[in-house]
Design a protein around this ligand. Structure first.
Ligand code: GAP
Length: 523
């Protein structure tokens, strides 16, 4: 298909610029805004904390990630179906699920700055500072010992580091145990003992720690009174929409256990601390799947879905070392096992997806509160039971941030010029192909338009004729377009174009009629 590889103007050689992790995060946020990926919500009114809008490229990337997930779940599994349930649900759903009583975070205020914090996050920040001290000791020792330095050995034997690690262990244990027992007075004592100060006022003038429910509530229009009747919630997870439709799907789909129901949709949480850009938002999107299994087999399926989901992440061209599992010690009220898939964001390893063995908690609770039998008749066992559930739950916005921060690179080229490039997997890239006439005359724009018309039904394409070709390539690199098709004067004589590949910047000369096949092979 490819006629010849053009030995092009640019001889490709890159040096990844050294960017610190902190810098990288700032640069990713600025880039996302400058190139139409993510904008602060209501920006002309100075924004709304922890709420963001997706721009022209952001929405395409988000759609592509969503489709990739949906296809891998619903299209490729005969026993998984999708639904789209409403955001508003009967308020008893949230009583049954435990969210009204237990979907809380521990809150603490500083009386001087009037700033509000999550008590556990203040303690975690304190732990992060001790971790930083360990890292500094390691760096000092690395310099001192040079090539002979053995990190593992140093971490185990250096007395100062061992003391720091013991401190972390004891603080973590105390925090988890107090939170587990809901001993909020002890959480406050811990904050006082660790002499944690408010980052704004610098004071230790704290209120008591109290529980704060994360659900947003509103009222239906048909209710005029001021009491609690008519209160409805914006769903804090999409999962409950699946549980309350369990019987509907069972009756109408002829599914047999084990089977799954998947859903993608908005969820809302009144997060106390909103930070790290789109990592923790008050309005966000979840991609969840509830897998209904025979009681007693849930641990097998829990292991199965953990592995499957890790494989899914690794199929996205991101280095495997950027993902790890984190098994939960403190389990949610509904789970008998839970693990996170963590991703190495620029600010460290954090939760990207949760895999939870939810037992029969939700269906049993809805059976109790609704009076409807949430059971499955198993023809092989000839008995009815409430199925157990294994859930996979991933934040679409977090996945977006993972893809974007992994893709961002700054490169110095051999000729000394620099480029910023988003090396997004072609399948996920917002724009797949840019079609560029070399000049705005001599019939090249018309030819380029013909190519656009040929490709636009299959791929998201962009036509660009403004500025010198080098600047147009840089623009496409910055938005992550994997392929640029350039129409030049040779095109008019031999019906060929160049296809430039974003990452290698190599250009191949291809016959126009072969472009669809070449793109199909590469995207
Ligand atoms: N149904 C289970 C459930 O909701 P979760 O661990 O609370 O579990 C699942 O949330 C996923 O949703 C998380 O792994 C994360 O990716 C995403 N998520 C949770 N809270 C979020 C927030 N405030 N902003 C963005 N994503 C969030």
């Amino acid at each position: 298909m490819i006629i010849k590889t053009k030995q092009t103007i640019i001889i490709f050689l890159t040096f990844a610029a050294m960017i610190t992790k902190e810098d990288l995060f700032k640069k990713v946020v600025a880039h996302a805004r400058e190139y139409g990926y993510v904008f602060p919500s209501s920006e002309i009114y100075d924004g709304l904390s922890a709420v963001y809008d997706y721009g022209q490229y952001g929405v395409e990337l988000k759609n592509n990630i969503r489709d990739y997930w949906w296809n891998s779940m619903v299209k490729f599994h005969e026993n998984i179906v999708g639904i789209d349930s409403a955001i508003f649900m009967h308020s008893t759903v949230w009583k049954a699920s435990g969210h009204v009583d237990a979907f809380n975070d521990p809150l603490i205020d500083n009386k001087d700055s009037k700033k509000r914090y999550r008590a556990d996050m203040l303690i975690e920040d304190h732990i992060a500072k001790i971790e930083l001290k360990i890292e500094k000791e390691v760096q000092k020792a690395e310099k001192r010992f040079g090539a002979d330095f053995n990190r593992e050995m140093f971490l185990k034997t250096n007395q100062r580091v061992v003391d720091y690690r013991n401190q972390i262990e004891s603080v973590t244990h105390r925090m988890n145990s107090s939170l587990g027992k809901e001993d909020l007075a002890d959480v406050k004592s811990l904050i006082e003992e660790l002499e944690i100060v408010c980052p704004v006022s610098g004071s230790r003038n704290w209120t008591e720690v109290r529980q704060f429910n994360l659900m947003f509530s509103t009222k239906t229009g048909s209710v005029a009174n001021n009491d609690d009747s008519g209160v409805i919630y914006l769903r804090p997870e999409t999962a409950q929409g699946i549980f309350v439709n369990f019987l509907n799907v069972l009756k109408t789909s002829r599914m047999k256990v084990p089977f799954g129901i998947a859903q993608v949709g908005k969820a809302f949480r009144n997060e106390i601390v909103a930070r790290q850009f789109i990592f923790r938002m008050r309005e966000f999107e979840q991609m969840e799947m509830q897998y209904f299994v025979r009681p007693g087999t849930e641990m097998e399926w829990y292991s199965y879905w953990k592995e499957e989901r890790m494989k899914w992440h690794q199929s996205l061209g991101i280095d495997a070392s950027k993902f790890r599992f984190h098994e939960h010690e403190k389990l949610a009220h509904y789970a008998n096992a839970a693990a996170d898939i963590e991703f190495e964001f620029p600010f460290g390893f954090r939760e990207l997806e949760g895999i939870h063995s939810r037992t029969d908690f939700d269906l049993a609770a809805h059976q109790k509160f609704s009076g409807k039998k949430m059971q499955y008749f198993d023809p092989e066992l000839n008995e009815s039971y409430i199925p157990y559930v294994v859930e996979t739950s991933i934040g679409l916005d977090r996945m977006f941030l993972a893809v974007l921060s992994n893709a961002y690179q700054e490169e110095t080229l051999e000729d000394g010029s620099e480029r910023t490039v988003l090396k997004i997997l072609p399948r996920l890239a917002p724009v797949k192909v840019a079609v560029l006439p070399l000049v705005k005359k001599d019939g090249l724009p018309e030819k380029a338009r013909e190519i656009m018309d040929m490709l636009k039904h299959k791929h998201m394409c962009q036509y660009d004729e403004k500025d010198a070709i080098g600047r147009r390539y840089r623009r496409q690199d910055a938005i992550g377009t994997p392929y640029c098709i350039t129409v030049d004067h040779e095109t008019l004589t031999d019906n060929t174009v160049t296809i430039r590949e974003r990452d290698s910047m190599k250009q191949d000369r291809v016959n126009i009629e072969n472009i669809p096949v070449v793109l199909m092979e590469r995207i």
